[in-house]
Design a protein around this ligand. Structure first.
Ligand SMILES: Nc1ncnc2c1ncn2[C@@H]1O[C@H](COP(=O)(O)OP(=O)(O)OP(=O)(O)O)[C@@H](O)[C@H]1O
Ligand SMILES: [Mg+2]
Length: 294
C-alpha cells in the first residue's frame, strides 16, 4: 500500500439509545472527506461537544466500524484488511488523545510507552540504538530525557505526558496523526508549544494531521483546512482563512461569535457576588474523588 490516502465515504454511525423515537441516536450522518499524506496538511474538525468528532476519530482509527459507508486506505476498506495491511495502517495512523494519563500504566515508568513502540515496530536492533532513538525523540519535543525518563506518569505534568505521546509519534513517523482534543487540558503556553510541534512534524517529517477540537482559536493558529461539524453533519469546509473570514453556514457564524473578544475599553466592572451564607451547600461543586485506575 503506497497510496497513502484515507477516505471516508458516506460514513454514518448510529448507536442504540434510550429515549429516542426509534431507539437509535445518529452520531455521524453521511460524512465524506479525504486525508492525503502528500502534500502533508493539517485538517481540523471543529464542533461543539456531542457533535460526533470523537466518533469520526474512532471510525478513522479503525476502532469503530461505521453503521454505513466506508473508510478506505489506499482504496481498501480498513475494516477488511489482511493482518499485515492492518499492522501497516496502525503504524501509519497514530492517535493522540486528550488525556494521555489513561494510556500510561500508573505502575510502570513512562519509558515503557516508548520502549513498547520501539519493540512493537522494530525501530532499533540494539538496546543502545533504542536508547538513542528515545532520547532523540524526547529532545525533538523539547523534553529533557534526564528529567523524564525513569519517572512514573503521576510525576510528570499533563503537558509533559502529552509531549511523551508526541515523542512516540516522532519515533514512529506515521503518515497520519489523529489528534482528538489533544490540547484541551493544557495551559496556553504549553498548548502553543504542542501546536508548534505538530506544525514541525508536518514540515519536517511530512505528517498529515486530523486535528479535532471545539476551539476555533486553535484551528486559526494551525491554519490549513477546516471542517465544521454539528449534530453529526459536516456543514462547512474549506481553507481556515476563508471559512473563518467568510463563514457561509449559520452554525459556523455561531461558533465564531462565541469566541470571547477581549475589549480593554469595556472592562468588567461589576463585582461577582458570592453568597457566603452558612447554609450554602458547596460540596456538590467540588471536584469528584479520582476514580481508581484498576
Ligand atoms: N459508544 C457509544 N454508544 C452510544 N452513544 C454514543 C457512543 N459514542 C458516542 N455516542 C454518542 O454520540 C454522540 C457523539 O459523541 P462524540 O463522542 O463523537 O462527540 P464529540 O463531538 O467528540 O464530543 P466532545 O467534544 O464532548 O468530545 C453523543 O451524543 C454521544 O453520546
Ligand atoms: Mg470527543
Amino acid at each position: 500500500m503506497t497510496d497513502k490516502v484515507i477516505e471516508l465515504r458516506g460514513v454514518q454511525q448510529r448507536f442504540h439509545a434510550r429515549g429516542t423515537a426509534d431507539g437509535y441516536l445518529t452520531a455521524v450522518q453521511d460524512a465524506s472527506f479525504t486525508l492525503a499524506a502528500d502534500p502533508p496538511q493539517v485538517v481540523s474538525l471543529v464542533g461543539q461537544s456531542g457533535s460526533g468528532k470523537s466518533t469520526i476519530a474512532r471510525n478513522v482509527l479503525g476502532l469503530q466500524k461505521p453503521t454505513a459507508g466506508t473508510v478506505t486506505y489506499g482504496g481498501k476498506d480498513i475494516f477488511n484488511l489482511s493482518r499485515a495491511e492492518y499492522d501497516e495502517y496502525r503504524k501509519n495512523v497514530q492517535p493522540v488523545f486528550q488525556d494521555p494519563y489513561s494510556i500510561f500504566n500508573p505502575f510502570y515508568r513512562v519509558d515503557r510507552v516508548l520502549w513498547k513502540a520501539v519493540k512493537k515496530f522494530s525501530l532499533a536492533s540494539t538496546r543502545e540504538a533504542g536508547e538513542a532513538l528515545i532520547e532523540e525523540s524526547l529532545e525533538a519535543v523539547s523534553l529533557d530525557p534526564g528529567r523524564v525518563l525513569g519517572r512514573y506518569p503521576h510525576q510528570l505534568s499533563g503537558g509533559q505526558r502529552q509531549r511523551i505521546m508526541l515523542a512516540r509519534i516522532h519515533m514512529l513517523r506515521p503518515a497520519f496523526v489523529i489528534a482528538d482534543e489533544p490540547v484541551s487540558m493544557l495551559d496556553a503556553q504549553i498548548r502553543k508549544m504542542f501546536l508548534d510541534i505538530l506544525l514541525d512534524f508536518q514540515r519536517e517529517h511530512r505528517m498529515t494531521t486530523l486535528f479535532i477540537t471545539h476551539d476555533l482559536s486553535t484551528v486559526y493558529y494551525l491554519g490549513g483546512q477546516v471542517m465544521v461539524i454539528t449534530k453529526g453533519d459536516i456543514v462547512e469546509r474549506g481553507p481556515v482563512s476563508s471559512v473563518m473570514h467568510e463563514p457561509s453556514h449559520p452554525y459556523t457564524r455561531l461558533l465564531l461569535d462565541s469566541i470571547p473578544q477581549p475589549d480593554p475599553a469595556n472592562r468588567w466592572t461589576t463585582r461577582i457576588k458570592v453568597d457566603e451564607s452558612p447554609d450554602t451547600d458547596t460540596t456538590a461543586a467540588e471536584a469528584p474523588e479520582p476514580r481508581p485506575l484498576l
